[in-house]
Design a protein around this ligand. Sequence first.
Ligand SMILES: Nc1ncnc2c1ncn2[C@@H]1O[C@H](COP(=O)(O)OP(=O)(O)OP(=O)(O)O)[C@@H](O)[C@H]1O
Length: 132
Amino acid sequence: MALKDKRQTEKNHTFIQSLAHASHGVARMFKQEKNMRVHGGLAILVILLAIVLQISIFEWYWVLACIGGMLVTETFNTISENLVDLITGKTYSELGKHIKDMAAGGVLICAIFSAMIGLCIFIPKIWNLIIH
Ligand SMILES: Nc1ncnc2c1ncn2[C@@H]1O[C@H](COP(=O)(O)OP(=O)(O)OP(=O)(O)O)[C@@H](O)[C@H]1O
């Protein structure tokens, strides 16, 4: 069965088993990573704001793409951190530092572009609400 054998090292046998392990990975990330919980919380706030401001279907595409981009880049950041810790055993490594810093940089780049897209979508609508 999916997660019963916690010491499984062979390939998953069924799609359900793959899905169960993937879901476990997502749950683990939210439990382990504070930043992932922050991104999740911000995603919920943005979705609520989008509903309240009744953004267009085209704008929803961009908002959902940004949310997905943020969660995926944070996922790869977490994977990089875990891999570096696994390999270095938490001893200092110049290459380990570069890998962790670059992975975090990827999240930062995605966050900057997501924020710019968010501002382009939401600021005009909020401005309209203020002046009308
Ligand atoms: N083994 C290591 N060797 C060298 N530098 C390291 C090592 N582990 C961590 N660092 C440095 O410490 C920083 C913080 O590492 P840590 O694994 O705690 O990430 P974090 O605080 O979870 O990062 P983020 O805020 O991106 O989630 C890294 O960005 C890196 O500069």
